[in-house]
Unconditional design. Structure first.
Length: 409
């Protein structure tokens, strides 16, 4: 196995099979209540009770997070909560919820669901919503970013661990079939020894701080998926040409916590000599184009064009000639994306893969692939960039300071 691998190929392959097939849930106990007998899977002793939390107008229902329980015979959506009446009615119709609530706290108290989908993109209430769901005894599937601070993530994970509950976060690219396939072929030697990773944000109107948190966090999650934990970070974060201070902190277009910078460049060090960079700069938009990440090895280079269902390319290098170096990008051979249907490429399918793995993790009592710890560590890379940018020095990970570095005293 590649020494840089964060999770074994055997584990990923086993769980990919379950994600891509019907979820076979057997006997399970949750909150001291038997959920399934040892009968065949099509005759469950009791259906899982699921609930959905959304907020129309303030983060809405994320990327299809209200539909993750649809068409699952072993799950019944008992309720949806949304303080906006019109949005609540529409969400209830979409997810076929039996009841509707204005207040998610009241819903969780009365319904006592086994599963909760926390859908808003805005993260200002993620911590409170997840905390209430966990205290109600529910497993949680939550939109990314996980939380606004590392301290919030630490507390939620500690509570979940103590209660034996599973948290999954919507970093759907981790479970894209071609990302799982790419992980296997890299571990089999496709690119040789992984040496470098270079990631670029979308660099659109959100360039800089918002791009870093909204889209860069997906790339950081993939970096860790391929290379493991980060050792340290250095960064330069500029706002209107000057190094940022806490006074440059501002709100994003959505309530996801303070952000800063319109030009960001960062470097990360991983174990085994692997290094990585991240950039979000408007002046790179026309040359870098599609946001994504390159994995550079001793034999070849792979580029992932990021999306809900990414595309993967392999660089075939040639020799230097008078006209230049002969090399070209080609689609990764046997890439599952090559024959994927529009339905398989959809947001709904991406969420279904993550939710299916989450449910399997609940049944078998192991961590989901898109787990809360991985989401926390991706968020930690964002926070490390701000710590390094503000201090002008290298910062070690894990970070000792678990508060938001842009928060004002």
């Amino acid at each position: 196995m590649n020494p840089h691998s964060h999770e074994s190929t055997e584990a990923v392959s086993r769980r990919q099979f379950i994600v891509n097939s019907s979820l076979a849930l057997g006997a399970v106990v949750l909150n001291n209540r038997p959920l399934f007998s040892a009968e065949p899977v099509n005759r469950p002793a009791r259906k899982l009770r699921a609930a959905i939390i959304g907020h129309t107008g303030k983060g809405d229902y994320g990327h299809g997070m209200d539909l993750v329980f649809n068409d699952r015979e072993n799950i019944k959506v008992v309720a949806v909560a949304d303080p906006v009446p019109s949005g609540r009615v529409q969400a209830a119709e979409r997810c076929k919820a039996l009841r509707q609530y204005e207040d998610y706290r009241m819903m969780l108290e009365k319904e006592k669901p086994d599963l909760v989908s926390i859908a808003p993109r805005w993260t200002d209430q993620h911590y409170a919503m997840a905390l209430t769901a966990l205290e109600a005894g529910a497993h949680v599937y939550i939109e990314k970013p996980f939380t606004q601070t590392l301290a919030e993530a630490d507390e939620l994970l500690a509570i979940a661990d103590k209660a034996g509950l599973k948290i999954a976060v919507a970093h759907q690219m981790r479970l894209a079939p071609n990302i799982l396939y790419l992980k296997r072929v890299i571990e089999s030697g496709l690119i040789g020894d992984l040496a470098q990773m270079h990631a670029y944000g979308k660099q659109d109107q959100r360039v800089g701080g918002e791009d870093l948190l909204v889209l860069g966090i997906h790339l950081f999650d993939l970096m860790r998926f391929f290379a493991g934990d980060v050792l340290w970070c250095t960064a330069r974060v500029l706002q209107d040409g000057h190094e940022i201070t806490r006074g440059d902190a501002r709100s994003a277009t959505e309530n996801i916590g303070p952000i800063a910078g319109d030009e960001i460049e960062a470097q990360f060090a991983f174990a085994h000599g692997v290094s990585a960079t991240f950039a979000s700069r408007a002046k790179l938009r026309s040359t870098v184009e599609h946001w994504g990440i390159e994995l550079i090895g001793s034999k070849a280079t792979v580029r992932i064009l990021a999306d809900i269902f990414p595309m993967v390319y392999l660089l075939k290098s040639g020799k230097w000639e008078e006209s230049g170096r002969t090399e070209h990008w080609q689609r990764l051979e046997n890439d599952p994306a090559l024959n994927a249907t529009p339905a398989e490429r959809s947001v709904a399918a991406a969420n279904r893969r993550v939710a299916g793995d989450w449910l399997e993790a609940i049944q078998e009592d192991h961590e989901p692939i898109c787990n809360g710890r991985a989401a926390r560590q991706a968020l930690e890379m964002v926070m490390a960039i701000y710590h390094a940018g503000l201090s002008g020095s290298r910062v070690a990970l894990p970070l000792k300071d678990r508060t938001h570095p842009l928060a004002r005293p």
